[in-house]
Design a protein around this ligand. Structure first.
Ligand SMILES: [Zn+2]
Length: 115
């Protein structure tokens, strides 16, 4: 791990609609995301993820959705649980998006006849 503390910014008000089902999202997370470009250089970026109760079915997301179903607002008594679930969910989103990026890359190479 680097010495940079990971910063995840959460928003629960004024959320955009879910881009997948156009339903109401529960939570928006902004998190730093760095990757290597095709010259092998580190690129720092910021990603956003929406938590949608209809679309997000992976275990980490489902646990978060369940927490929202119980507590309308997150209060200090469950903030630790909430923080842990958010971190797990962001981690799963990060992996999902990385996988999608890889798939896109492979598809492009396939179209170009590189595979
Ligand atoms: Zn959705």
């Amino acid at each position: 791990m680097s010495e940079n503390e990971e910063q995840i910014v959460l928003r629960i008000d004024d959320l955009p609609k879910c881009p997948r089902c156009e339903g109401d999202a529960l939570l928006l997370a902004q998190f730093p995301n760095s990757w290597k470009n095709n010259r092998g250089e580190d690129v720092d970026g910021l990603r956003e993820a929406l938590l949608c109760p209809a679309c997000d079915r992976e275990p980490a997301a489902a646990e978060l959705v369940a927490l929202f179903a119980v507590d309308d607002q997150v209060d200090p008594s469950n903030a630790d649980v909430f923080g842990g679930l958010v971190a797990a969910w962001v981690e799963s989103v990060r992996h999902r998006e990385v996988d999608l990026a890889m798939l896109d890359d492979q598809e492009e190479r396939w179209r170009n006849g590189d595979l």
